[in-house]
Design a protein around this ligand. Structure first.
Ligand code: HAM
Length: 426
């Protein structure tokens, strides 16, 4: 029978990488919590309509990339392609903005997009992100952008740039859509089939097209459609960021791939990531989103980062700290008869706060010692026939290759001494 592999575009998080994974999540939680964000966890499965309305028909995410299926009750449901729509739904469904305005939440979890898998792009990937809802102020936008930057800094990642643009308010975008239609209609025949559809359905999404990138470089800029008030808004965001020494690149062509943005839109790019995969993360303001989902008008701003992309870059830069030991000592029973005694010795050592792995397998002792070495253990505690008969254990220092025999009830200081000696030597 053929072995069953993982689904294409999905990845296993293996133990060798899980320390780095935990480090990254802890760093994000620290940055978020330092700014008053609290953890939220929403379902992976949502009504398809949530994303159709939030992310928008005509976006690649909704038109081409959603994992959508009909459940056994005949409802169309979708594996979330992003976290903002679900976070907004959860906050408003539970009326959280009544007690906290703004409410600040952070999240981490898997997202699903049926995209062509390649380096830095999976079908199941993970995001960490924040959403701040209930208030509209350019200083909140600046705070969210700064948090995103501080998070990347906390990971030790250098070589990043902050790209920022304004997508204005609904009236600005309506004006801009008109300008795009006016510009592209005469050259309709030169556009790809997708773009011809976008021209009718959702002209702003023309700018996401990779195939027609050359034509898009000539497109009108949204900055020319912004009202004086919208221009003032983005200028205030940039001025607030000026005080942080974060270098801001104003990118008039940045439109992001999701429909819900208004005013601030930003991305953090890394030099080593290429083409469509160059963004480590992105976000912006989404003041119209709540109403589109049928909830009372509620402004919001947030960001999300791709965990795998961040780890790719952090790994290549060597910024991931060495992980703490997972095992101080391995307790080996030489034969099944010593299993009980070995379990008791292990329990004693764990009660003293040590990380202890047991090895009750039927391999020969040299193999068990080699396996303990691979786990990074400093000591092996051996319970053979002789030892068990005497209520004793042999403690082997794996580094110095020395051994001492000790009564089991005196094990803790002996193992602790081996660990201390190991720690004091480089
Ligand atoms: P997004 O730009 O679609 O924004 O995704 C954010 C990040 O998720 C990307 O910059 C990238 O690092 C990662 N990502 C996206 N797709 C993939 C993929 N197929 N494989 C690997 N990584 C991927 C959002 O999702 C918005 N919800 C962000 C936001 C929050 N805006 C406001 N609040």
């Amino acid at each position: 029978m053929q072995p069953i592999p993982a689904v294409r575009g999905t990845h296993d998080l293996l133990p060798d990488v899980s320390g780095a994974w935990a480090w990254l999540h802890a760093a994000h939680a620290r940055v978020a919590e330092a700014h008053g964000y609290r953890l939220i966890d929403t379902p992976i499965l949502e009504h398809t309509e949530l994303f159709e309305r939030a992310v928008g028909a005509g976006t690649d995410v909704v038109d081409k990339e959603m994992f959508t299926f009909v459940d056994r009750g005949g409802r169309s449901v979708t594996l979330r392609p992003e976290g903002t729509a679900g976070a907004v739904r959860a906050v408003l469904e539970h009326s959280l903005t009544q007690a906290h305005r703004p409410i600040r939440v952070h999240y981490a979890g898997p997202m699903f997009r049926y995209d062509r898998p390649q380096k830095g792009r999976q079908r199941q990937f993970s995001q960490v992100g924040v959403e701040c809802m209930g208030e509209r102020s350019p200083y909140l936008d600046a705070e969210v952008v700064e948090m995103a930057w501080r998070f990347v800094e906390a990971l030790g990642i250098t070589g990043v740039s902050l790209q920022l643009n304004s997508l204005g308010d609904a009236a600005d975008r309506a004006r801009y859509r008109g300008a795009l239609v006016e510009h592209f209609t005469p050259m309709r025949d030169r556009l790809c089939a997708d773009c011809r559809r976008r021209l009718e359905l959702n002209p702003l999404r023309l700018l996401d097209c990779k195939r027609d990138a050359e034509l898009m470089a000539e497109a009108p800029l949204i900055a020319d459609s912004l009202s004086a008030e919208s221009t003032r808004y983005v200028d205030t965001v940039i001025a607030a960021l000026g005080a942080t020494a974060i270098p801001v690149t104003r990118n008039p062509r940045l439109v992001r791939g999701l429909d819900y943005y208004a005013h601030t839109a930003f991305e953090i790019w890394h030099v080593s990531l290429e083409g469509a995969q160059n963004a480590l993360g992105g976000g912006g303001r989404y003041d119209g989103l709540a109403a589109v989902l049928g909830y009372p008008e509620t402004p919001g701003v947030g960001y999300a980062f791709g965990v795998e992309r961040l780890l790719l870059v952090a790994t290549s830069l060597g910024t991931i700290p060495a992980v703490a030991p997972v095992c101080h000592a391995v307790v080996c029973s030489v034969a099944e008869a010593q299993g009980q005694a070995a379990a008791a010795a292990a329990r004693l050592l764990r009660e003293a706060g040590l990380l202890i792995v047991t090895d009750a397998g039927d391999r020969r002792l040299p193999r068990k010692i080699a396996a303990a070495d691979r786990l990074g253990a400093a000591a092996v505690v051996i319970l053979g026939e002789d030892e068990a008969a005497q209520g004793a254990a042999t403690v082997r220092d794996l580094r110095r290759r020395t051994e001492v025999r000790t009564p089991v009830d005196g094990l803790v200081p002996v193992v602790a001494a081996v660990l201390a000696a190991n720690l004091s030597e480089p």
